[in-house]
Design a protein around this ligand. Structure first.
Ligand code: X8Z
Ligand code: ZN
Length: 642
């Protein structure tokens, strides 16, 4: 649609729909009558706002998709005009005088959700959109190697010049997925890994730092303009958890013993591989050795463990299957539909992008809700790997959530909160990573299914993915909350980032990193300005959900502490096969279809029988790994801590 048409349509909406409820109600009625009439009037107004929102959401989603896949200047301009118009509309709607105490609870909730958050003036909103666009683009820039780059690499590669065949002068690579994938290779030397890590961080961090402090200032101005202390307060408010800042540290303390043991054992294994000249046996782990650019997912390090004479290797089994990426998506869809959840739509199959080399601008896994009938899409640059098999399930979880709440009014077409949205796919993935289902997918052979060490192998695979992610996600947002508060200043960005890494997860950079760099800026969600504590909370919520789904599949209903069924088999959580249970899908859908119409605790109660998040299922699931790690520490006299 032409930009001018969009904007003029929006202005018509504004004139019609804003301030309708300003007129006062006539007197000769009882208070109850007046309240009811007022509520009706407000309802009428809200229905009109619904229409506006539906239109805004649809236009914004289609522009965001275009920007992520085939960006051009005119789409960016449209997105800017739409953003400014949406902001103006919100400011006007939220300036309306409303008697909140007379509203129905859902009306109050709708207006609260709509009017919370930053308040941008038009000028600020333009600047904000422009800066955010540039920041996000920085992350997607290609890194083209010069002669000098390749020379330094050749010095490193004295003995094996060709191992990094992909890097030569003039060659261009992306951070995601190209360099990210190189960091996962276990055939590279520590020096090569360090080279890749520093090349990416040196390339992207400084560019992000040029704009980042300004982006913080703009967001804080808009936050204060609506009565908040800073933007961090707004980010936390979205989760609707009292005292979130303390609560997350409280949760982390409970799983820290597990993290510290995993850290100790991994450091020990890396020490065996690289030797004490590369890794200090008692100190923090250098980040480039962890099999992941950001040290957030250590699952590629599973090869360091020996599980007896019969080595299980899921990746090797996946390779043998000759699947395409599409087959992976179909297998994920089959998992969801087996639970009675809806299939992916025709538009999903028509418009989604799954493959690597698809020439999209963004390669970070994304699930898009186009807010148009049956239009849900996935954007991935996937290869046939177990990691991408996980990402496919993760993104499909978002899409099932979109589908479940599509009949809610537009303001409630969101997750219960962002952490719930991040949890659905991962809860289902816990159900995929059980022996029975992997065997069903022929990712485990008949004989492997009865291997003694299978449980340990699968649990360790999950532990290496999930436990480091929890520590990382806490750092990423603690860091940004402190930046928003002004406790961390631009001149200390890097120092403070590495201090947090050292303190909370015992990880250090490959070498001293000056303030010329901005290493946090080399992670997608920083230039993309996406809050990250959702993944921290999600780490616990997904196991709360999976635990409950498991009980439903086994016993037909949820088990609460007080009421437990007398006839319910006691199967360990990591062996719970939920595939095919329609009751599971029904219960999950019951929670998901609420969208954001209720506080998250309401849906959580339906699903789990309680209204608060604990670490209990998490600790229960990883209990065998905790024991295994303790055993390894004792047997090999491994140093713990850093
Ligand atoms: O960003 C994602 C998803 C999209 S919501 C692919 N994740 C986090 C990350 O990659 O850093 C999933 C796990 C953590
Ligand atoms: Zn996600």
């Amino acid at each position: 649609m032409d930009k001018k048409i969009i904007v003029s349509c929006l202005i018509i909406f504004l004139v019609i729909h804003v301030n309708v409820i300003r007129s006062d109600i006539d007197e000769p009625f009882t208070v109850q009558d007046q309240i009811e009439m007022y509520q009706d009037k407000v309802e009428h107004w809200l229905r009109e706002l619904d229409m506006d929102l539906r239109e805004f959401n649809k236009l914004a989603a289609s522009l965001t998709w275009k920007l992520a896949t085939t960006p051009d200047d005119s789409t960016a301009e449209h997105a800017m005009e739409l953003g400014v118009a949406r902001n103006k509309w919100k400011n006007q709607v939220c300036a309306s005088r409303v008697r909140k105490y007379w509203l129905k609870p859902n009306q109050k909730r709708m207006l609260n959700l709509l009017c919370r958050g930053p308040r941008f003036t038009e000028e600020l909103s333009r600047l904000h959109i422009e800066i955010m666009g540039k920041l996000a683009q920085t992350y997607n820039d290609e890194l083209c190697f010069t002669n000098d780059d390749t020379k330094t690499l050749q010095n490193i590669n004295k003995h094996d010049q060709n191992i990094l065949k992909v890097i030569y002068p003039g060659r261009c690579l992306y951070g995601e997925p190209d360099l990210e994938r190189l960091m996962k290779r276990n055939d590279l030397t520590a020096k090569q890994l360090k080279w890749i890590w520093t090349t990416w961080h040196n390339f992207v961090g400084p560019k992000v730092k040029e704009l980042y402090p300004l982006s913080i200032k703009i967001q804080n101005l808009a936050a204060r303009n609506n009565g908040y202390e800073d933007m961090g307060e707004i980010w936390r408010e979205e989760l609707e958890i009292q005292n979130l800042e303390n609560e997350v540290f409280n949760l982390y303390e409970q799983i820290k013993p597990l993290y510290i043991l995993l850290h100790a054992v991994i450091r020990f294994k890396l020490l065996q591989k690289y030797g004490p000249s590369v890794i200090d046996p008692k100190g923090p782990i250098p980040i480039h050795l962890l099999g992941n650019m950001w040290g957030q997912d250590w699952s590629t390090l599973i090869y360091l463990f020996d599980f007896g004479y019969k080595k299980i290797n899921l990746q090797a089994n996946l390779d043998k299957k000759n699947w395409t990426v599409i087959d992976m998506v179909t297998a994920a869809e089959d998992m969801y539909t087996s639970l009675g959840l809806p299939r992916m739509t025709d538009k999903f199959w028509k418009y989604s992008i799954f493959q690597e080399n698809s020439n999209t601008s963004v390669c970070h896994g994304t699930a898009a809700n186009l807010y148009d009938t049956d239009d849900f899409r996935m954007l991935l640059c996937a290869k046939l790997t177990m990691e991408d098999f996980y990402v496919v399930h993760h993104e499909m979880g978002h899409i099932e959530y979109y589908m479940a709440y599509q009949n809610q009014r537009p303001m409630f077409q969101e997750g219960a909160n962002s952490a719930f949205h991040e949890s659905v796919g991962d809860a289902i993935m816990y159900g995929v990573m059980v022996p029975q289902h992997l065997h069903r997918l022929s990712l485990l052979s008949d004989s492997e299914l009865f291997t003694k060490s299978l449980d340990h192998y699968l649990l360790l695979q999950q532990a290496l993915l999930k436990i480091p992610e929890i520590a990382f996600s806490l750092i990423v947002d603690k860091y940004r909350w402190d930046i928003f508060k002004g406790k961390i200043k631009p001149k200390d960005y890097n120092k403070k980032y590495w201090e947090l890494n050292l303190k909370l997860r015992g990880i250090k950079p490959p070498e001293f990193r000056s303030e010329k760099y901005f290493d946090a800026g080399a992670k997608f969600h920083i230039p993309d300005n996406t809050p990250y504590i959702r993944y921290f909370l999600g780490g616990f919520i997904q196991l709360e959900i999976f635990n409950s789904l498991c009980k439903i599949s086994l016993c037909g209903k949820i088990q609460t502490e007080n009421i437990s069924s007398s006839y319910c088999p006691n199967i360990p959580l990591h062996r719970c096969d939920i595939y095919g249970s329609k009751k599971v899908g029904k219960k999950l859908e019951e929670m998901m279809k609420l969208g954001s119409s209720q506080h998250w605790s309401y849906g959580f109660q339906i699903l789990t029988g309680k209204d608060y998040i604990t670490t209990k299922p998490f600790l229960e699931y990883y209990q065998p790994i905790y024991k295994l790690l303790k055993y390894l520490v004792k047997t090999y006299n491994i140093t713990v801590g850093w």
